[in-house]
Design a protein around this ligand. Structure first.
Ligand code: SF4
Length: 282
């Protein structure tokens, strides 16, 4: 599982990239009122709508936002949602109980006793949920350890207003680490598509709090052949990443300003949940 020391080590590695690449003032989120951060239009975009390119031409974005198309979430989406619910419930319960005066490890014991019921509640519509019980138990231990070592629980599901950058008023950041790094929990072990999302959340926080956020942490979670696997990756929110996020945001805005949907790409990813809507070959 992830631990305080794996997170700290990853942050140290990421911060080595800072040397020689200090963030330009114009690319700080608090400069939302001028180019290049000022958006052409305000569509309250989700960070994931900007960062995770489901469809190579962003046709899915137009269909969802302009045409009101709704799709059934895929199995992977539902597992991702269950993981987020489990982490948030455990973290907020440890936080609530310690605020009421319980010592962190007593709060952990109380939460641990409720884990089976909690996981059952969040995994009702899923097959093969056994590993999520192990995940929840390990998560409870990890979050209690972090709270005990740092003296305060991890803040999860932190809401931030990203509207100054053309993003949603209710962005939900998976977690904030020591008030200085944004954290994303992702289902999937070998993915590397989290960097732009971390950058978007960092920019939104900078625009909202007017504090520099230079580090993002991705905790990648998967069930391997026989065991739970997690990997912690930290990224320095560099000038390049900031520019890349802003370009992706502007591209999403252009798609939504267009009266017609973008064309279909030459090939549709097998995992795209819009395949039926677009009539893509099975
Ligand atoms: S099915 Fe193809 S064209 Fe439609 S949204 Fe998905 S990738 Fe894009």
């Amino acid at each position: 599982m992830f631990t305080l020391s794996t997170i700290s080590r990853a942050i140290r590695r990421a911060n080595m990239a800072r040397h020689g690449d200090l963030v330009d003032e114009e690319l700080r989120g608090w400069n939302w009122g001028r180019a290049p951060l000022k958006p052409r239009a305000y569509f309250e975009l989700g960070v994931s709508e900007v960062s995770y390119r489901l469809c190579p031409t962003r046709r899915d974005l137009w269909l969802r936002r302009r045409d009101g198309v709704k799709i059934e979430p895929s199995e992977a989406m539902r597992i991702g949602a269950a993981i987020h619910n489990i982490i948030h419930s455990i973290s907020s319960e440890i936080s609530r109980l310690s605020t009421k005066g319980l010592k962190i490890w007593d709060a952990y014991t109380a939460v641990y006793r409720r884990i089976d019921r909690m996981v059952r509640e969040y995994t009702q519509n899923l097959a093969n949920t056994e590993w999520l019980y192990s995940f929840a138990q390990a998560t409870a231990f990890t979050l209690a350890s972090i709270a005990a070592e740092l003296g305060l629980p991890l803040i999860t599901e932190f809401t931030v207003d990203g509207s100054l950058l053309g993003l949603s008023k209710n962005l939900r950041i998976d977690a904030l680490f020591q008030g200085a790094a944004v954290v994303e929990f992702k289902y999937g072990y070998n993915r590397d598509d989290y960097q732009l999302a971390l950058t978007g959340y960092a920019l939104a926080l900078e625009s909202f709090l007017e504090l520099p956020i230079d580090t993002g942490i991705a905790v990648l979670i998967a069930n391997g052949c026989s065991e739970l696997r997690t990997r912690v990756e930290a990224v320095y929110i560099s000038n390049n990443l900031r520019q890349e996020f802003i370009e992706a945001r502007d591209e999403a805005i252009d798609v939504l300003l267009s009266p017609s949907p973008p064309p279909k790409p030459s090939q549709c990813p097998q995992t795209c949940p819009y395949r039926r809507v677009c009539g893509a070959p099975a």
